[in-house]
Structure formats: structure tokens, C-alpha cells
Design a protein around this ligand. Structure first.
Ligand code: FEO
Length: 408
């Protein structure tokens, strides 16, 4: 894709990965691909590259820098984050511009050296903290440490002359596009991908996100463009993504939202747990909730996690096999234990044969994920009778009572 001048003297020089379909192993499906955004900042005296790209896309970055006459005369490379999707091309860039000094957070030094080994011998690495600045002549890069958003080494770069924030992974989305800016793409797709990104990457760090947003607000810095290292650049309305992060990190509802109130997820062996799931879903809908139902065996759990981000209730069911859940449920429950979504009410259900176990295991996993689980869950032997299906409706009503009591 073509080089784009994001702001005066600041160029997008990254790469578009149209075909990647999984990130972080198989844990995150990227149905719409992604981008690796790198930015060249040209001052009156010096040139700095902020972040690089994933190693297989090095030639794209190199071609962009060459086209801008900056391939062999970079003065600085800022490493906002060491994860390989942003630092993979660093050794090649250093070969071409050996004089370039590296600026990064203190926590980035060890992984840079571990990632690139002897290729880092002789590299001039300067560590920075919040408030430190790099003067390029007419352009300043000010550093803001952002540990655990989403790695200990993560930091943001801010260019005050352009009111431009380069926050690396934060505010990003896995969204490949021929376009670079938010006013050039469909907003509902952009926000959906931003929500999926938050849900799958940043959810465990809610309190740190909340604190960082407050800290940036207190700094009083002006921001009219946010250029993350994945996906689309926010220039039409950067406030939109800041507001969304405030909402997602605090669990505070947005009036007028139309995302599902409840997400019901199940797997089934011979249809009994599926029947229970359908009745619970139907009753929640009768009670006025927007509810989505997923068979985990036929669904993508990173998409489900994106829906859970904005839902009030999470209802999970599995039949019992070998005294526990079907293993198809494990990735979702394991992910929830790690992601710890804020302010959710949960319920567990499932059918069993001679002996149960799945329902208590689900309830325990939801609770470990910080979800407030109602009751002991609903376990029904064999095929649910009409009376037992009424118990499923009662579970939905119990959920309704708890939600209403909490004013949700
Ligand atoms: Fe996009 Fe944490 O790397």
C-alpha cells in the first residue's frame, strides 16, 4: 500500500497483512487481516522511525523508507513495544542505518537482546521514561510509559507539534484495508474490530487502561489524531475510541447501545444441553433481553469474547463427560479466567448421565474469571422433562432478578 502522510512530516510506512487469520497462535481470529503500522517522523535535523513491522513484511518497510530517502540515514528508531509484530524488521533496519540510535522503555532492553541475540552487538540503546523527549528539530517525540498495555515494555510516543499520539497496540484493531483513516472505512466494522481487539488483548488490564486514560487526560496534552500500530488511524473522531476504552475498561454502559445483553454458550452431545440453552435463551428474550446463542463447537470463541465484552450476562452450559466439561468449552473458559471481564453476571447449566460435574466446573471457572455466578447452576439428568425445562426458564428469571437488582 502507498505511503501516506498522516500529519505534516509524519508518514505511514507500514505494511498490510491481508491474509493473516490467526494472531497469538490460534487464540485470536483475524477474519479481516491486519496491518503493521510504522511511522517515519521527519524533523528539520533528524529522522526517527517509530516501530517497525513483522519480519516477513520487512521488504515493504524498506521500500517505503527508500522511497522517502530515509533508508540509510535514520537517526533514531523508537521501539514502543518489542513484540515481534512490531520489532521483527529491527535488525534489517539497523543493518541499513547502523548509526540509528534505539529509544525504548527500560523493560524493552532485555527482550530486544533476547530476540535478536548477537545482531544487537554494538547497538546504541537509550532507555526513556514518561516525559523524556527526543528533539528532531521542529518535531518532538515525547515518551509516555504504558506498562502492561499490553506488555511491561509498552510505551506511547506523542508528537506535540502535530497533536499526534502513536500508542502502538492500544486503540488498534486487526483490520486490513487499502485505506488508512477512520473517515475512509465503515465505522461499524471499525468499532467492531476495535472492540474485539480490546476484548481479546486488553481486557485483563482494565484498571491499567482506566488509569492510563486518566493520566493522559491530566497531562492536558492535545490529541487530534491517534495512530496505532494495527489497523486504522483515528483522525475524524479520536474521542470515539477514547470513550469506548473508558466504557470497556470500567464496564460502564453506554445509553443506546444495541449489543447483546446476554450471551448463552453451550456444547451438546445428544441435544439435552442444547435444549436447555434454547429455553434459557428464549426466556431471556421474553424477559426483554437482547440475547445471542452460540454452539461453541460451531463458533469462534474470540468472536464470543468480543460479545461478552459488552454483555451484562454470560450463561454457559455443557454436558458432563468424564466428570467434567466437554473439552470444546475449555478454550473459552480458560480465556475468561485470564481476561476477567468486568461487571458480568454468570450462570452455569448442563445435562448429565449417570454422574454430573460439568456445571460446578463451569461455575468455578466463571467465578475465577471474576464473573458473579448465581446459585449453584442447573444440572439436569438425561433428557430434560417439561418440569425441568421450566427450571431452565426459572434460571433465566433468576438472572433477570439479579440484573434488575443491580440496576442493569
Ligand atoms: Fe501488536 Fe503486542 O503486538
Amino acid at each position: 500500500m502507498a505511503i501516506v502522510e498522516v500529519k505534516s512530516g509524519v508518514y505511514w510506512v507500514g505494511a498490510v497483512d491481508w491474509n493473516v487469520r490467526h494472531f497469538h497462535g490460534v487464540t485470536y481470529t483475524t477474519h479481516r487481516g491486519t496491518t503493521y503500522n510504522a511511522y517515519l517522523v521527519v524533523g528539520d535535523k533528524y529522522r526517527a522511525l517509530v516501530d517497525t513491522v513483522y519480519e516477513p513484511f520487512t521488504d515493504v518497510l524498506v521500500a517505503h523508507l527508500e522511497a522517502l530517502g530515509a533508508l540509510e540515514n535514520l537517526d533514531y528508531v523508537v521501539v514502543n513495544h518489542v513484540e515481534m509484530d512490531h520489532s521483527g524488521a529491527l535488525p534489517r533496519i539497523k543493518e541499513l542505518s547502523p548509526q540509528a540510535k534505539i529509544y525504548c522503555s527500560p523493560r524493552a532492553v532485555e527482550p530486544i537482546k533476547k530476540h535478536f541475540g548477537s545482531r544487537t552487538d554494538g547497538w546504541d540503546i537509550t532507555t526513556v521514561k514518561t516525559g523524556d523527549e527526543l528533539d528532531l528539530g521542529g518535531k518532538t517525540i515525547r515518551f509516555i510509559e504504558a506498562p502492561m498495555l499490553h506488555w511491561p515494555d509498552s510505551m506511547f510516543s506523542y508528537i506535540p507539534e502535530e497533536k499526534l499520539l502513536l500508542p502502538n497496540d492500544a486503540f488498534g484493531q486487526h483490520l486490513a484495508s487499502s485505506q488508512r483513516f477512520d473517515d475512509e472505512v465503515e465505522n461499524s466494522i471499525l468499532m467492531d474490530e476495535a472492540a474485539k481487539y480490546y476484548a481479546n488483548i486488553l481486557l485483563p488490564f482494565n484498571s491499567l487502561v482506566e488509569r492510563k486514560l486518566k493520566e493522559i487526560a491530566e497531562m492536558g496534552i492535545e490529541i487530534d489524531t491517534i495512530a496505532p500500530s494495527h489497523g486504522i488511524i483515528w483522525r475524524r473522531d479520536p474521542g470515539q475510541i477514547i470513550t469506548a476504552y473508558q466504557k470497556w475498561s470500567t464496564g460502564v454502559e453506554t445509553p443506546g447501545r444495541l449489543s447483546p445483553d446476554a450471551v448463552v454458550v453451550f456444547d451438546t452431545m445428544y441435544g439435552s444441553t442444547e435444549k436447555m440453552a434454547e429455553v434459557i435463551t428464549e426466556e431471556l428474550a421474553i424477559l426483554g433481553y437482547r440475547v445471542n446463542l452460540y454452539n461453541i463447537g460451531k463458533s469462534d470463541y474470540s468472536d464470543i469474547i468480543r460479545e461478552i465484552l459488552e454483555a451484562k450476562a454470560v450463561v454457559v452450559g455443557s454436558p458432563t463427560l468424564n466428570n467434567g466439561i466437554l473439552h470444546s468449552m475449555s478454550p473459552l473458559l480458560d480465556a475468561l479466567k485470564g481476561l476477567k471481564p468486568k461487571g458480568k453476571i454468570g450462570a452455569a447449566f448442563g445435562s448429565h448421565g449417570w454422574r454430573g460435574g460439568a456445571v460446578s466446573q463451569i461455575a468455578g471457572s466463571l467465578a475465577e474469571g471474576g464473573i458473579e455466578v448465581i446459585g449453584d447452576g442447573l444440572a439436569i439428568p438425561w433428557i430434560p422433562s417439561d418440569d425441568e425445562l421450566q427450571e431452565c426458564r426459572n434460571l433465566a428469571r433468576e438472572l433477570d432478578k439479579v440484573l434488575k437488582a443491580k440496576g442493569q
